[in-house]
Design a binder for this molecule. Structure first.
Ligand code: ADP
Ligand code: MG
Length: 244
């Protein structure tokens, strides 16, 4: 299997200290990897570094063998169109309405699209995630769960082949979470590569192929889902890590 994303000794520090030690890990094409571990262990940081949204201060990150942080403009635009990120805090623009937020990626990546085509695409992705309310309102008027749905819809817009999902079912009711799980399964069938952070063992068991445990800013363990779940000691460690 080929690595679609590869971290080579990637590290990250903030003013308070080291958040990610030198992490070396490969995420394979067409695979769904769950990143799990205790809160504050560095999962979101690792995911953002993998997506090129944070620049590591040590080591490098490769997308199909190309260093994400030294890509030229056209390689970077391709990477941005082919990948999408759902943020733990949704990260919707505060001063735009939902329609404008969803229109922006289409304007950037498909400049030839007409306004009607953009509207059709926006209606299709919002219907798919189950958001049926007004699109002409700002994110502040939405519940956290509704913001998550819009963040997920935004990630689907350009038909990504690489998805980064950070705590993507948090604050959603079970019915809405199941709807997103179904969408992820469709993306899996289409061959997408998926990296996701999640605390829901039911979802991890359902959709992950591979599990990477991140704790204290480093990869504590990685193996196939079957290997981890069939090993009583490892699955117990996983359950304890999730509970922290
Ligand atoms: N930009 C930052 N500045 C300072 N501390 C940060 C920053 N980003 C993350 N942290 C801290 O680094 C640790 C790891 O964060 P994060 O990657 O969000 O963990 P996780 O997603 O596993 O909960 C946390 O203690 C968090 O508070
Ligand atoms: Mg996080």
């Amino acid at each position: 299997m080929a690595a679609i994303i590869e971290l080579k000794n990637a590290g990250f520090s903030a003013t308070e200290g080291r958040i990610l030690q030198g992490v070396t890990v490969e995420f394979y094409e067409g695979r769904t990897t769950a990143i799990v571990g205790p809160s504050g262990g560095g999962k979101s940081t690792a995911l953002k570094i993998s997506a090129g949204l944070l620049v590591p201060d040590q080591g490098e990150v490769l997308y199909n063998g190309i260093n994400i942080n030294t890509m030229n403009r056209s390689e970077n635009l391709d990477f941005r169109r082919e990948s999408a990120f759902v943020f733990q805090d949704s990260a919707l623009w505060a001063n735009q309405n939902l329609y404008q937020i969803l229109e922006l990626p289409l304007r950037i990546h498909y400049p030839q699209m007409t306004k009607d085509e953009r509207t059709d695409r926006i209606n299709a992705v919002t219907a798919e995630v189950g958001y049926r309310k007004d699109l002409r309102i700002r994110p502040a008027l939405l519940s956290m769960g509704e913001q998550k749905l819009i963040g997920f819809a935004r990630a689907l817009l350009c038909n990504p082949t690489l998805l980064f999902l950070d705590e993507w079912t948090e604050s959603l009711d079970e019915f809405s979470a199941d709807r997103l799980v179904k969408i992820v399964k469709r993306k899996q069938k289409e061959g997408a590569s998926i990296l996701f952070v999640c605390h829901d063992m039911r979802i991890i068991k359902d959709i992950a192929d591979y599990i990477v445990i991140i704790a204290d800013g480093t990869v504590a363990f990685q193996e196939t889902k079957e290997h981890i779940l069939n090993d009583p000691e490892l699955s117990n460690y996983l359950r304890m890590g999730m509970a922290l």
